[in-house]
Design a protein around this ligand. Structure first.
Ligand code: NAD
Length: 544
C-alpha cells in the first residue's frame, strides 16, 4: 500500500575515526589487514546476482609490497559485457517500478553495513589494494562512500518532491522515471568512494547498471559489491565486470539500450568515449547522458599577503597526501618573490619528515604509487628535469625505487618558466612544481594561472588581503569547479563541497549532489484537467 510520504532527513557527515595509538579502531583495522593478508582471495565478477569466474585469473598485489600476493580477479571478455547488459535489462522493469522507500532502504542499509560491520574490511582492502594509509582509506572508502549513499537518498527524496504549480481546475505533476535503457559506470583506481558512487547514484534513481572498475581497484570494489548484495540489492541491478575498458566500451556504445555513461578517469579516455557515443548516436532509443569527471592540473596561487605556514601546510597535504594521486591534488604552485624563500625552506623541511613505506606501518605518511606504468611515467618526468638544460631543477626528492614497491619520493620541482612541462601536464603522483613570480606582478600572473592548462578542476588561493581575495576569485572564475580560499585544493566533503570540474576536467555534474542525480532521471510532466473543455472556440474571435 502506498499511502504516505516518507522522510529521509538531511544526514550528518559520517564521523572520521582517528586510528590514533591505543584506539579500538586501530586494533580492528590492523586485524582486518592481517586477515586479508593471510588469504589469497579469488575475486569473481558479479552478473545477475551470481558470482562469475572466467578462469582467466589476474594477480592482485599491494603496490607497496609487490612480493605479496593478495589474490586474483577473473578477467572478463565481451561475452561477459553482453551477459551483464542482458541481466540489467531483465532487472529493469521491476527495479524501476519499486517504490522509492524500498529502493532507498537498500542504499541506507548498505551505508549502515559499511559504517559498522564492513568498515575495517573495506578500509583494509583499500589500503592494501590501492596503497592508502589508514586516514586516507577512512576518509575515502568509509566516510565518503557512506556519505554518498546517505546524502543521495536525501537529495533524491527532495527531487521527487519538486512539483509544478497547479491553477484551479488543473492538476499538474512531474514524475521522475529512470532512463530508458542501462547505464555504464566506468570507475578509476584512486577512490573506492567514486567506485561505489558511480554505479549506485544512477541505480538509486531506478536505473540498471553495468559497472566496470579499474583493475587496480577491483580488490576493494568487490567488498562493496558484497555489501550491496547483503543490503538486498536485487539481482541484475548492478553488474560488476572486469573486461578491458575498450571492450566494455565498444559493446555498450553499439547497444540500442545504452542510456548513459557515468565516468571518472582520465580526460583522454573520456574524450574517446564521447566520440564513440557520437558516432553511434543514431542507434540509440534516446540521447544518452554523458557524465564524466576527468583530469586536473590543480593550482595553488599564493598572494604576497599570504600566511606562510598555511601555504606550507596546504602544499604539504594538498600535493602529497595519497602520493598526489587525487584528481584535486595541488600540482603547480605560484609563489610571490617576497615569500618564496621562506615557503621553500619550510616546505623542504616538512617533506623531509614524511616517512615513506608500506601501509601496515601506520607511521608512514607516504605509500606507493598505484602501478609500474605510473611509476615509470613519474620517473620519466623526474629524469626530464635532470636533462632540462636549466629550465627546471629538483628542489627536494627526485629519488625513486621499485625494488619492493612503486615508491616515488615526494618531489618538488622548481620551474624557471611558468610553461615548463610539469607546470602544464597532469602527472598524477607525488610531484609538485613551483614557480616564483615577482610579487608586484601578482595580478598579471593570474592570467598565467588561468591559461596554463586546459583543465579546470580545483584551485586554491592563499592571501590575507581581502581586495586581493576578491580580485583573484573574480579573475579565476572559470579556472576551477572547486575553488578554495586559504585552504588546500583537496578533501571535498559530500554535502559540503559538491565536487566536479569544468573545461577539460569534466561535465561538472557535481558528484553527491542533486545536480548529478538529475542526470539519471527523465521527467514526465502530466497535466490533468478537471473542468473539461468541450468547445474549441475562444471569446476573441466572436463578432462584436
Ligand atoms: P583511467 O582513465 O586510466 O581509467 C579510468 C577507467 O576507465 C578505468 O576503469 C579504465 O579501465 C577505464 N578505461 C580505460 N580505457 C578505456 C576505454 N578506452 N574505454 C572505456 N573505459 C576505459 O584513469 P585512472 O588512472 O583510473 O584514474 C586517474 C585519472 O582519473 C586521473 O586523470 C584523474 O585526474 C582522474 N580522476 C578524476 C576525478 C574527478 O572527479 N575529476 C576523480 C578521480 C580521478
Amino acid at each position: 500500500m502506498h499511502n504516505a510520504y516518507f522522510n529521509f532527513d538531511l544526514p550528518k557527515n559520517e564521523p572520521v575515526l582517528s586510528y590514533g595509538p591505543g584506539t579500538n579502531e586501530r586494533k580492528a583495522l590492523k586485524q582486518a589487514i592481517a586477515d586479508l593478508k593471510s588469504q589469497t582471495r579469488d575475486i569473481p565478477m558479479y552478473i545477475n546476482g551470481r558470482e562469475v569466474r572466467s578462469g582467466d585469473k589476474k594477480e592482485i598485489r599491494p603496490p607497496h609490497e609487490t612480493a605479496h600476493l593478495l589474490g586474483h580477479f577473473h578477467a572478463g571478455t565481451g561475452e561477459h559485457v553482453k551477459q551483464a547488459i542482458d541481466a540489467a535489462m531483465a532487472a529493469r522493469k521491476n527495479w524501476a517500478a519499486m517504490t522509492w522507500e524500498h529502493r532507498a532502504a537498500i542504499f541506507m542499509k548498505a551505508a549502515e553495513l559499511l559504517a559498522t560491520k564492513y568498515r575495517f574490511k573495506m578500509n583494509a582492502a583499500t589500503m592494501l589494494g590501492q596503497s592508502k594509509n589508514a586516514f586516507q582509506a577512512e576518509i575515502d572508502s568509509a566516510c565518503e562512500l557512506i556519505d554518498f549513499l546517505r546524502f543521495n537518498v536525501h537529495f533524491l527524496t527532495d527531487i521527487y518532491r519538486q512539483q509544478p504549480v497547479s491553477p484551479q481546475g488543473i492538476h499538474n505533476r512531474m514524475e521522475y522515471r529512470p532512463l530508458e535503457g542501462f547505464i555504464l559506470a566506468v570507475t578509476p583506481f584512486n577512490f573506492s568512494a567514486i567506485g561505489g558512487n558511480l554505479p549506485t547514484a544512477p541505480a538509486m534513481c531506478g536505473n540498471v547498471v553495468v559497472w566496470k572498475p579499474a583493475n587496480t581497484q577491483i580488490y576493494s570494489a568487490s567488498v562493496f559489491m558484497e555489501i550491496l548484495m547483503e543490503a538486498g540489492l536485487p539481482a541484475g541491478v548492478i553488474n560488476l565486470v572486469y573486461p578491458p575498458g575498450p571492450v566494455v566500451g565498444d559493446i555498450c556504445y553499439e547497444h540500442p539500450d545504452f542510456a548513459g555513461v557515468h565516468f571518472t578517469g582520465s580526460t583522454g579516455v573520456f574524450q574517446s568515449m564521447w566520440k564513440s557515443i557520437g558516432n553511434n548516436i543514431a542507434k540509440y532509443k534516446a540521447y544518452p547522458r554523458i557524465v564524466g569527471e576527468t583530469g586536473g592540473k590543480d593550482y595553488v596561487m599564493v598572494h604576497p599577503s599570504a600566511d606562510v605556514d598555511a601555504v606550507v601546510a596546504g602544499l604539504a597535504r594538498g600535493a602529497f597526501e595519497y602520493q598526489g594521486q587525487k584528481c584535486s591534488a595541488a600540482s603547480r604552485a605560484y609563489l610571490p618573490s617576497n615569500l618564496a624563500e621562506e615557503i621553500k625552506t619550510k616546505l623542504v623541511a616538512e617533506l623531509k619528515t614524511m616517512k615513506m613505506g608500506p601501509v601496515d606501518d601506520f607511521t608512514n605518511f607516504i605509500n606507493a604509487v598505484i602501478d609500474e606504468k605510473s611509476f615509470d611515467n613519474l620517473a620519466k618526468y623526474i629524469d626530464g628535469v635532470k636533462n632540462s638544460n636549466g629550465k627546471a631543477s629538483i628542489l627536494t626528492g627526485g629519488n625513486y625505487d621499485k625494488s619492493k614497491g612503486w615508491f616515488i619520493e615526494p618531489t618538488v620541482i622548481e620551474a624557471n618558466t611558468p610553461d615548463y612541462v610539469t607546470m602544464c601536464e597532469e602527472l598524477f603522483g607525488p610531484v609538485l612544481t613551483i614557480y616564483t613570480y615577482e610579487a608586484d606582478q601578482w595580478e598579471s600572473i593570474l592570467e598565467t594561472v588561468d591559461k596554463t592548462s586546459g583543465y579546470a578542476l580545483t584551485g586554491a588561493i592563499f592571501a590575507q588581503d581581502r581586495y586581493a581575495i576578491e580580485t583573484m576569485t573574480a579573475k579565476l572564475v572559470d579556472s576551477a569547479g572547486n575553488f578554495y580560499i586559504n585552504d588546500k585544493p583537496t578533501g571535498a566533503v559530500v554535502g559540503q563541497q559538491p565536487f566536479g570540474g569544468a573545461r577539460a576536467s569534466g561535465t561538472n555534474d557535481k558528484a553527491g549532489s542533486q545536480l548529478n542525480l538529475y542526470r539519471w532521471l527523465s521527467a514526465r510532466t502530466i497535466k490533468e484537467t478537471q473542468v473539461l473543455v468541450t468547445d474549441y472556440r475562444y471569446p476573441f474571435h466572436q463578432a462584436d
